[in-house]
Design a protein around this ligand. Structure first.
Ligand SMILES: [Fe+2]
Length: 627
């Protein structure tokens, strides 16, 4: 018999949607997630402290995106609090057991992750050897001819992958099932983007290391994602605003100008600027174009983080931007016309994989290009953050391309920026060594003006600092920091674009509808229904003292951060039920598999998730629903 929980769940949905609860991080339901945070809870109980809450003040980084790189939005991490109290004793006991099982693993993990960060630094510093390996391994690239160019950067040699598909092999190598607009899976999207380079090889040898040029010799390869005609239609039909959505720019005689009027960008005015030799940059075409939204949203499923896009339309014989570098991994997709690109290696070690974009450079500041080539329709180019670039159109042709921006501030350092303040807070509460007073008169021996003056007291002070920093790793709540990183990314992300099948099996396209004066097609989760997450990377489960929170990007806006963080409050007993659904993906689970006590609770809980659009059913709840 069907259990009708629609009204109750609708109320819950309303209640959850209006929750004003702070972003809390703490005990998580996954045993591995629980381990790190449970440690504090366990020790806190043992110490019989009267303190009820532990709140962590995490660093907040707010930076306005530089004018040169508006596709990479300001990274706004909201201040987060964490609490390690839990009102649910059964849940706490469960987490304690998890903690005991995982304690040793957690300690090992902490050390391993510390080593990992160090390893990445070493890897970056040894990019010389990676480049040489690439150069000597060119024949491994399938269906492509590799041409490596090189230049010098400091003592390092940096190469560039140049993949040129010959006209005779292009059809054979590219004419397969990974074609534009047809893929729906994240791994297919990345394969399409860097084709014919193998994905594994790309991330091993190119990603964050060196630029890659893909000359495909197939002019229609990138067709379908965007066009100047679609841009014109958007200007006529949508409320496109200067500054917010569109920039008019010009770079002449070493001077870069932004010529934005105010208000709406009417097509007649925009095209007049274009006729005057100005470049047009659309800052978020994914907000207006369904196909760009599709490409970016599927790719962000692959990368597990926000993927932005900029559109650049440049008239013949002009340049819109000064030489600069960006703080994102860039993929240039050439759609129409031609554009001549020049790339330059990072100028010094501080500009390798930079955290922030550069200012505009003049020609004498950037040295000689390592690359000077013309991109044509069907081509793609990738270059890591920190590579200086500039581009201009030739006299005979305009240019339209889209730049995809990936992995802004997603580095080990960014993770540690979240982790270390929490680790220090825990250490100060748990270990008296962090609470002992500084040596009397220590300021006589340390400080900028004391740095050159050696003394026994100074040496002892520095030694103690080193000891405490090493000890700090033992208190690092790695999983809580990962949750914070994930929640921030989910807030950044585009909403997913659903397939027809997904629409039919979710609240997004299935359910009651108005038909000839009455409502038909009431859809209810049944005890025999099978469900799973609709998109695994759009959802993050976190827990706090009062229950759990499911953060999701399902209801995010296509305009960056236009909507607040989307979350669903769940009870302590529903945490395990949520974990069951997460762990089962991509398999479906039946209602009876959900670890809640009664069928009614199971159905109510799944209805709550269904009504928020975060789960789908295996089959449509009603067959004749109008999508
Ligand atoms: Fe750029």
């Amino acid at each position: 018999m069907a259990v009708n929980t629609r009204k109750r769940s609708a109320f819950n949905v309303f209640k959850s949607s209006n929750a004003t609860k702070d972003c809390l991080f703490g005990i998580a339901s996954n045993p591995s997630i629980a381990a790190a945070v449970s440690e504090y809870e366990e020790q806190r109980k043992l110490m019989k402290t009267s303190k009820q809450h532990r709140r962590g003040s995490l660093s907040s980084v707010v930076r306005e995106a530089k004018d040169e790189n508006p596709s990479t939005p300001p990274y706004n991490i909201k201040q987060a609090k964490r609490s390690n109290t839990c009102k649910s004793e059964p849940r706490l006991n469960s987490l304690r057991k998890s903690f005991k099982r995982k304690k040793n693993e957690q300690q090992k993990e902490t050390v391993a992750i510390s080593s990992g960060a160090k390893g990445v630094q070493q890897k970056l510093q040894s990019s010389t050897s990676a480049s040489m390996l690439l150069d000597s391994d060119e024949t491994n690239m399938q269906s492509a001819k590799l041409l490596a160019s090189s230049s010098t950067f400091g003592n390092n040699r940096s190469s560039m992958y140049h993949v040129q598909v010959s006209s005779t092999e292009s059809l054979q190598s590219l004419d397969d099932n990974v074609t534009k607009n047809e893929f729906i899976q994240p791994d297919e999207a990345i394969a399409w983007l860097i084709k014919p380079v193998d994905t594994t090889k790309f991330f091993k040898e190119v990603w964050e290391k060196k630029p890659l040029l893909l000359k495909r010799r197939q002019t229609k390869y990138n067709d379908g994602w965007f066009s100047t005609k679609e841009f014109d239609d958007i200007l006529r039909e949508k409320d496109v605003k200067y500054g917010m959505n569109l920039d008019i720019t010009k770079y002449v005689n070493g001077k870069r100008e932004t010529l934005n009027p105010t208000g709406r960008a009417y097509p007649a005015v925009v095209w007049d600027f274009y006729q005057q030799g100005c470049s047009i940059r659309m800052l978020n075409p994914q907000a207006f174009s369904r196909s760009v939204w599709k490409l970016t949203s599927i790719l962000q499923e692959y990368f597990g983080s926000f993927v932005g896009a900029n559109m650049y339309l440049t008239p013949p014989g002009s340049q819109g931007f000064a030489p600069h570098y960006d703080d994102i991994e860039a993929f240039i997709i050439q759609l129409e016309g031609k554009k001549r690109w020049k790339l330059y290696t990072p100028r010094n070690v501080t500009e390798v994989l930079p955290r922030f974009s550069s200012c505009n450079f003049s020609e004498h500041e950037i040295g000689e290009p390592i690359f000077d080539k013309v991109l044509e329709p069907g081509d793609c180019m990738y270059f890591p953050r920190g590579y200086i670039h500039q581009a201009n159109t030739l006299d005979e042709s305009h240019s339209l391309h889209i730049t995809l921006s990936v992995y802004q501030r997603t580095s080990w350092g960014d993770f540690l920026e979240k982790l270390l303040p929490q680790a220090l807070q825990v250490a100060m509460e748990e270990d008296v060594d962090f609470r002992r007073g500084l040596p009397i008169g220590y300021l006589k021996h340390v400080g900028v003006c004391k740095a050159e003056k050696a003394s026994a007291e100074r040496s002892e002070f520095l030694k103690k600092i080193q000891q405490l920093i090493m000890k700090l790793a033992n208190f690092a709540p790695v999983d809580a920091a990962a949750d914070e990183m994930s929640v921030g990314m989910i807030q950044d992300m585009l909403p997913p674009l659903f397939t027809a099948d997904e629409l039919m099996c979710t609240v997004h396209g299935n359910g009651a509808f108005w038909d000839n004066g009455c409502v038909r097609g009431e859809a209810n989760i049944q005890p025999e229904s099978e469900v799973r997450l609709i998109k695994p990377n759009c959802i993050r489960l976190t827990c706090d003292s009062e229950g759990g929170m499911i953060y999701h990007a399902i209801e995010n806006s296509r305009s960056y951060h236009e909507t607040p963080a989307q979350m669903i409050n769940i009870s302590a007993e529903e945490i395990e039920a949520t974990q069951c659904i997460i762990d089962s993906y991509p398999s479906y689970v039946t209602v009876k598999d959900i670890p809640l006590k009664t069928v009614e609770k199971k159905v109510n809980f799944l209805t709550l998730l269904y009504n928020h659009g975060v789960i789908r059913t295996k089959l449509p709840l009603i067959q004749d629903s109008m999508v």
